[in-house]
Design a protein around this ligand. Structure first.
Ligand code: FAD
Ligand code: MLT
Ligand code: ZN
Length: 536
């Protein structure tokens, strides 16, 4: 109790400090939180060299075979050069290297060509040509995907969307932004802030990922709790179908009930149904006041109680509720040499509030923190008092993915499971794997029921994979969860779809794929299992 009192004083003291300083930091300061420059791909310190990564065709030998596709010929290269200009057709193997390997350095293809179209018409012409020659294509955005969906499995042509990066329009009255698919998420957010708006999604990969990639993966991230999924904020898309058809579903109206809402098919279909070249998205106002608390808790039961209390007491101003276990915290602090501003605890929660009235939000948060401390739910905590502290504290959560790479290889599982089971899963996995791995840890979007279960080993070890899978998928299915909450299925998870979807649904998906892409040239070997993968 004495200790708790001391910690409580510590927290109250911190709050006082904050209260004594201006409650509402200057507007531009508050929203620097949304300017956190975080280009994770360039900052990764992983020791795995691209050249050391085994080709997917070798690593998965026997379980994946090259489809009956055309092979790239010099006449094809000449066609693409003619269409795009020679600088937009890359065949240099060194330049191609990073485009052939995924962010986790687990999936590696052997494509010989990367195309960089500048317009939707060029994308259309490329696909029309590839369809007629039966050349397979993998669309690639920022290549930050975590399921091996954005890189070739064999020698697919890489279609980079990076040069489709124009902001087309912003309706400041409605908050509707229309952009090309290759715009970088962070660039869009920075642009919007000048107009007192923000993007409705935010993720650690913001400095590299593209809006077309976000839409194609239906990325969730740190603000989903507040603004909902892209199925609610994306109003329209322009997509290029496999035969080159330009499908203009670029609706910008908030309401549109004219027939089947086809845009939803492109949200989360991971480049298998079409290439997203334009996106219309509804953007919320930039909040006037943002507060962030990092809290330490002694057991998982208290994590659940804290979340309940957050929803009840912070309600409309709660904008993020993230969970970090002790292994994740020690990974991000030790591997990246970051400092955690509070002591060591079994669990941590990051609670963010955003609202229009700083005084109101500050008082609400203070009252809430006093309550949870006095009821013994929270042991320790701190409230960020300025934008640099906010940035640092968010870094502890956003950079976990990056820090794990410094352990060696990362086996990543992105799961929806009941909130009550988050830590049980981590403990069960630890018991199941024993000492064969470096780390088993859990963190994630508690507010969305989405845990990121991560296991690391120094070397890639297929025996570890065999121990984890299908154990983890069976565990999730037993709890009626989802084997992919927000990252998608890509190449790595496609064979496990039946743990989360019934046979009838998978069969309908196959029929849809046939309608959209009868020659199966768009991102083959991804999302749907080769055979009737319903057999797990
Ligand atoms: P890519 O990785 O290039 O591609 C992803 C998939 O979309 C591939 O199947 C690709 O073929 C397809 N694709 C890409 N662009 C297009 C297009 N224009 N048209 C059609 N298909 C396309 N995800 C979350 O959901 N929440 C998170 O919080 C989150 N945090 C992350 C943090 C880090 C550090 C990293 C590395 C990744 C994170 N991700 C997260 C995963 C990832 O899904 C997102 O980074 C992002 O949505 C992928 O965008 P991208 O442009 O990099 O797409
Ligand atoms: C996150 O929430 O940090 C991302 O989804 C990345 C990850 O799962 O590691
Ligand atoms: Zn996530």
């Amino acid at each position: 109790m004495g200790l708790r009192r001391a910690l409580y004083r510590n927290l109250v003291q911190l709050q006082r400090t904050r209260l004594n300083s201006p409650r509402i930091p200057p507007r531009h300061n508050v929203c620097q939180q949304y300017e956190r420059a975080f280009s994770c791909t360039s900052r990764t310190l992983t020791s795995i060299k691209v050249g050391d990564v085994e080709l997917t065709s070798e690593r998965y030998k026997g379980s994946v075979e090259r489809g009956d596709y055309g092979h790239l010929a010099s006449a094809d290269v000449a066609f693409f050069r003619d269409l795009l200009g020679k600088h937009r057709v890359v065949t240099d193997s060194v330049e191609m290297e990073t485009h052939n390997v995924d962010w986790l350095k687990m999936v590696k293809g052997a494509s010989h060509i990367l195309l960089k179209p500048k317009t939707a018409e060029q994308v259309s012409a490329i696909l029309q040509y590839c369809n007629s020659k039966k050349l397979a294509v993998v669309p690639q955005g920022g290549n930050t995907g975590l399921v091996g969906g954005s890189v070739p499995v064999f020698d697919e042509i890489i279609l980079s969307l990076s040069s489709l990066d124009r902001i087309i329009s912003l309706d400041e009255w409605s908050g509707v932004l229309v952009v090309e698919g290759g715009c970088i998420l962070e660039t869009l957010n920075t642009y919007l802030q000048q107009h007192d708006l923000i993007m409705p999604l935010d993720l650690g990969a913001k400095g590299s990922c593209q809006i077309g990639g976000n839409v194609s993966t239906n990325a969730g991230g740190l603000r989903l709790l507040r603004y909902g999924s892209l199925h609610s904020t994306v109003l329209g898309v322009e997509a290029i179908l496999a035969d080159g058809t330009i499908l203009d579903c670029l609706n910008t109206n908030k309401k549109d009930n004219t027939g089947y809402d086809l845009k939803h098919l492109f949200i989360g279909s991971e480049g298998t149904l079409g290439v997203v070249t334009k996106v219309a998205i509804h953007c919320p106002p930039k909040p006037n006041a943002v507060n962030l608390a990092l809290l330490g808790l002694e057991d998982y039961d208290k994590v659940l109680k804290l979340f309940q209390k957050c929803k009840a007491d912070l309600g409309e101003i709660l904008s993020s509720c993230e969970y970090i276990d002790s292994q994740s915290m020690s990974c991000v602090t030790k591997n990246l040499n970051l400092k955690c501003p509070i002591g060591s605890h079994p669990f941590y929660m990051l609670i963010e509030t955003s609202g229009s009235n700083g005084d109101h939000d500050g008082e609400k948060l203070n009252k809430f923190l006093e309550d949870v401390m006095s009821h013994g739910i929270v042991n320790d905590g701190t409230v960020a008092s300025d934008s640099s502290q906010i940035t640092e504290m968010w870094g502890l959560r956003e950079r976990i993915a990056e820090s794990l790479m410094n352990d060696g290889y990362v086996y990543k599982y992105d799961l929806s499971i009941p909130l009550t089971s988050f830590d049980t899963l981590v403990q069960d996995m630890k018991d199941h794997l024993g000492p064969n791995v470096v780390r088993v840890c859990g963190y994630g979007h508690l507010g969305d029921g989405n845990i990121h279960l991560n296991i690391t080993s120094e070397q890639y070890d297929k025996h570890v994979v065999q121990q984890i899978e299908p154990f983890v998928y069976e565990w999730v299915a037993k709890h009626r969860g989802s084997i992919s909450a927000e990252h998608g299925l890509g190449f790595k998870k496609k064979d496990y779809i039946s743990y989360s979807k019934p046979v009838a649904a998978i069969s309908l998906m196959r029929q849809m794929k046939k309608i959209f892409d009868p020659n199966n040239i768009l991102n083959p070997y991804k999302v749907l299992p080769d055979k009737n993968g319903e057999g797990h």
